[in-house]
Design a protein around this ligand. Structure first.
Ligand code: TA6
Length: 305
């Protein structure tokens, strides 16, 4: 649908409008009594969310390209059907892009938008197309429900409509904005087991109750369903990420050197972000029986300290 059609079908005066970035991507611009938000149709990518009276909660790099086919650096990239580099069937599909095809798909359809009290609810759908088929994924349906308001709620429902089991990984690759990565503490992962991507994927246990950031961190925590809290004393706030049906939590900050190699990361952007990703990945990947579905849910909110 073009902007005119989207506006006619889903626009809500003063609350939901559609705009086009100079580079071509279309986004929903949202202003409710309790927040502002933006969602790009490509990838059904929530790029901005700011509850009224708060600083932005999602980090978004100013150097993001917003170009068809290019992933956005920030917000909530939606990762499906594999996480990171493809492992399952990688030999059959050697050109598989990192983090799957959903986050750059231009085939997402907005199917519903409406207010529920002060929250705006939007639903998106993605089904098989030439791109998904070229990577071996057919007969699936993704329904992505986004609710923006005082809180951000995300739900991804994956349906397997084929006659065979479907192995999938998924993630809300949420970039959170912080005052200073070296001043925050992250709670919720004490004694959790993780794969250390910065150390040859060795399995380790987090002994500390609070995670602090002193260098690059890239860790899928396995079998971990707990709530995460990010304490940001400079900004006198705590961001809470709560989730359901997600057994992996990924924590990521690239730090200076790696960030300098990312053309779409603004200078010093790495200092103002931390990814806290609700996921099912690696040994927590899901095998969906034929005819079944799986729903993963995450909720992000901000509290004053
Ligand atoms: O979730 C962490 C991670 O998988 C890292 O290994 C890092 O590469 C990051 O995602 C970003 O990936 P991208 O493909 O968006 O550059």
């Amino acid at each position: 649908m073009n902007i005119k059609q989207l506006t006619e079908k889903f626009g809500i005066a003063g609350i939901l409008e559609f705009h086009q970035h100079d580079n071509g991507s279309i986004r929903a611009e949202i202003k409710t009594p309790t927040c502002t938000a933006q969602i790009y149709l490509q990838g059904a990518h929530v790029s901005q969310w700011q509850p009224t009276g708060q600083k932005p909660v999602l980090f978004l790099s100013k150097n993001s390209l917003f170009m068809p086919g290019k992933a956005i650096r920030g917000g909530v990239p939606l990762i499906f059907p594999w996480f990171g580099a493809r492992v399952a069937d990688a030999d059959l599909y050697p050109n598989s892009p990192a983090h799957g095809f959903a986050r750059t798909s231009n085939n997402w359809q907005l199917i519903d938008a409406g207010l529920s009290d002060d929250d705006l609810l939007l639903s998106f759908e993605l089904t098989e197309d030439d791109v998904s088929r070229s990577f071996g994924f057919e007969k699936f349906k993704l329904t992505y429900k986004v609710s923006v308001g005082q809180e951000l709620e995300l739900e991804l429902i994956v349906e397997n409509n084929s006659s065979e089991a479907m192995k999938i990984e998924e993630a809300f690759h949420t970039y959170l904005e912080v005052s200073d990565i070296e001043k925050i503490t992250l709670k919720g992962l004490e004694k959790a087991e993780y794969l250390d991507k910065t150390d040859g994927m060795k399995k380790k246990i987090q002994d500390e109750s609070d995670l602090v950031f002193l260098g690059e961190i890239d860790r899928p925590y396995l079998n971990s369903e707990s709530k995460i809290e990010i304490y940001d004393p400079n900004w006198k706030r705590r961001i809470v990420v709560d989730k359901l049906n997600s057994r992996t939590t990924v924590i990521w900050n690239p730090w200076k050197e790696l960030a300098s190699k990312m053309s779409d990361m603004e200078i010093d952007g790495w200092k103002r972000m931390v990814c806290v990703e609700s996921a099912n990945a690696d040994e927590n990947s899901i095998s969906l029986p034929p005819g079944s579905h799986h729903a993963m849910h995450a909720r992000v909110l901000v509290e004053a300290l």
